[in-house]
Design a protein around this ligand. Structure first.
Ligand code: HEC
Length: 170
């Protein structure tokens, strides 16, 4: 009996985690290049062979500048590029000491929705933000474990779970 109960609890537990892991509530933000502002572009700080370009809306930038919470419905788009490498597989640096964009690899998205955070445990909760990742063509990368995104951004409670909040204030 206890064993069976344990199995049920385990199944429910796994079910919940799996539901988070492959959540599809964020759609591909198709017109972000024309509708959003490219507020920051840089060599990625935790990925040695990637470059990132960040976009969000004027409304979100205004809220950040005013020192407030970004509004529900805010979308942040991160274009991820591979960095150019030489024939030995080493990342090439430009005369500026910066990486050079090569293949456009993925579109990572954060979106904030009222009440979205309620289902997560503390280690995976990012306020009311959630995460998604797509191919540049808009096809969802369903095999990516979104709990990795959630776990890495979750500790940043002081900056609304964003690494780049200060760069939005301008
Ligand atoms: C190991 C840590 C880590 C993981 C895992 C991670 N990110 Fe991030 N994320 C960062 C960092 C650091 C930045 C700031 C830019 C940079 O250096 O790459 C960032 C920036 C972002 C931004 C721009 C907003 C902000 O926080 O500044 C979005 C959107 C984003 N990530 C989405 C995702 C998605 C979607 C996933 C999962 C597919 C993911 N991230 C996984 C560390 C992480």
């Amino acid at each position: 009996m206890i064993k069976r109960l344990f199995a049920v609890v385990l199944a429910i537990g796994l079910g919940v985690t799996a539901a988070w892991a492959d959540s599809q509530r964020i759609p591909f933000p198709k017109d972000y290049r024309s509708k959003m502002v490219n507020y920051l572009s840089l060599d990625r700080t935790q990925n040695e062979d990637q470059i990132i370009r960040l976009f969000t809306t004027e409304e979100a930038l205004a809220a950040a500048k005013a020192g407030g919470e970004l509004p529900d419905g805010t979308v942040i788009v991160a274009e991820i590029y591979k960095a150019k490498k030489d024939k030995d597989g080493e990342v090439i640096e430009s005369a500026l000491g910066r990486r050079i964009r090569d293949k456009f690899a993925a579109v990572a998205v954060m979106q904030k929705g009222k009440g979205w955070g309620a289902e997560f445990d503390d280690a995976h909760r990012n306020g009311d933000w959630d995460f998604a990742v797509f191919k540049p063509t808009g096809e969802r990368l369903v095999k990516k474990d979104l709990n990795k995104c959630r776990a890495c951004h979750a500790p940043l409670a002081d900056t609304q779970h964003l690494f780049s909040l200060e760069h939005m204030k301008r």
